[in-house]
Design a protein around this ligand. Structure first.
Ligand SMILES: Cc1cc2nc3c(=O)[nH]c(=O)nc-3n(C[C@H](O)[C@H](O)[C@H](O)COP(=O)(O)O)c2cc1C
Length: 394
């Protein structure tokens, strides 16, 4: 499929896919996009496809040129859905593999041999004769090795998964010929790119002065109609919402009400000291996008559970297993809960928060059986101290 003179889409379509990478809904299937660029001296391939689609992929390339004529295989990042066919294509061509500096170790572990790849980054380019490929480091979008490739003469940006989405239209690959895929586009950003908003803004800064007529991502439609609309959506979604207050959110699981009482007193300590506080009983709260939004906008995440059979209660673990789509780097964490004899839950919650690299300024707080006035006062005091930490946090 020709995109422009000498630039071809040679990707594959996977319309029946419904779940991507175990974690992500893909209601409309997906595509694995790969691009062949024919200069008058050299030939480059940008990204490959998932290994299981390699035969179809090779056929598509061979319809345009023999595979052995490829001089460069550029991998914008090494996730297997784009690098899976690499070991197989390397059996057919002596092409030089081009990767970002951050991808070196991952490539070695993918191939289990050193193939002396060309390492590129900001300011590096490759000439194909009448076409020039520039490289733009774009780490953590969404792997540390991610880079973008920019085809200067045709003003085409190949940004890998950035600006992509899981959407497959069996009739076309161009955004002006497909049905509306805005839901998939947004869902992709909020599932994959959301933890990396700062990196997203940094990458947009690097490309914003470039002439971009086409954005050719590694999944979903090629954005040739109004590509800046999509870049600007990413800019909007990545820009932190301005708020003139500090906020904490408390979740608790408490069959008999003791942990709930601690939660209320922690909340009071926070609120009396200027922190906007929301509180949720996990027995009636499903963890959906709204809850994730609330956690993302909160400066502190406070979680309590009573101990049941040596563990925290299941909804707590569901909550703590649902945070992968947001950045927790600057979030303050605190754990608490009541117990009768062994009381493991609060410590487990605290450990999980530390493992998620949250800041945990106060050790967990526990009360045995029914919290006493003293326990509730301690809860209030810890809320007060947390308020001070939250106020001084960035
Ligand atoms: C089925 C069940 C199992 C429990 N297992 C433990 C346990 O392993 N260790 C412990 O310290 N307390 C255990 N407890 C006691 C509770 O943690 C304790 O009653 C706690 O104060 C209840 O907190 P809540 O008032 O917030 O619901 C268990 C309680 C129940 C009902």
């Amino acid at each position: 499929m020709k995109i422009k003179e000498g630039v071809y889409w040679v990707g594959v379509k996977d319309p029946k896919l419904r779940i991507f990478d175990v974690i992500m809904q893909a209601e409309a299937g997906t595509t694995y996009n790969s691009y062949l660029i024919l200069g008058n001296e050299k030939v480059a391939l940008v990204d490959t496809v998932k290994a299981s689609f390699r035969d179809e992929f090779f056929k598509k390339i061979e319809e345009i040129i023999p595979i052995e004529k490829i001089d460069y295989i550029i991998l914008n990042h090494l996730e297997p859905d784009h690098s899976g066919a690499l070991p197989y294509i390397l059996e057919k061509t002596k092409a030089r593999v081009v990767i970002s500096k951050n991808a070196q170790v991952i490539l070695k572990e993918l191939l289990h041999r050193d193939i002396n790849p060309m390492l590129v980054g900001d300011g590096n380019s490759i000439s194909l004769g009448d076409k020039t490929l520039e490289f733009i480091q774009a780490p953590f979008l969404h792997w540390p090795d991610t880079m973008f490739t920019y085809l200067v003469e045709d003003s085409i940006l190949f940004p890998c998964d950035f600006l992509g989405c899981h959407y497959c239209d069996e009739n076309s690959i161009f955004n002006d010929e497909t049905l509306d895929f805005s839901f998939s586009f947004k869902h992709y950003f909020f599932t994959i790119m959301r933890p990396f908003k700062e990196y997203s803004l940094q990458a947009i800064k690097k490309i914003e002065n470039k002439k971009i007529e086409i954005v050719a991502p590694s999944h979903g439609p090629i954005l040739r109609n109004d590509p800046w609309k999509y870049i600007n959506l990413y800019r909007e979604w990545s820009t932190p919402k301005k708020k003139d207050y500090k906020k904490a959110v408390i979740f608790y699981a408490s069959p008999y009400g003791g942990t709930a009482a601690m939660a209320q007193n922690i909340a009071k300590g926070l609120m009396d000291n200027g922190i906007v506080t929301e509180i949720f009983d996990l027995s009636g709260t499903g963890i959906d996008e709204t809850i994730i939004d609330i956690i993302e906008e909160s400066d502190a995440l406070i979680v309590g559970s009573s101990t049941i059979n040596g563990d925290a209660i299941k909804p707590v673990w569901i909550l703590l297993a649902s945070l992968a789509t947001i950045s927790l780097r600057n979030k303050i964490g605190f754990a608490f809960g009541t117990y009768a004899w062994s009381g493991e839950a609060a410590k487990m919650i605290e450990n999980r928060m530390k493992d998620l690299k949250m800041k945990v300024p106060e050790p967990f707080l526990r009360a045995q059986m029914v919290p006493t006035e003293e326990d509730l006062q301690k809860s209030y005091e810890v809320g007060k101290r947390l308020a001070e930490v939250i106020k001084s946090s960035s």
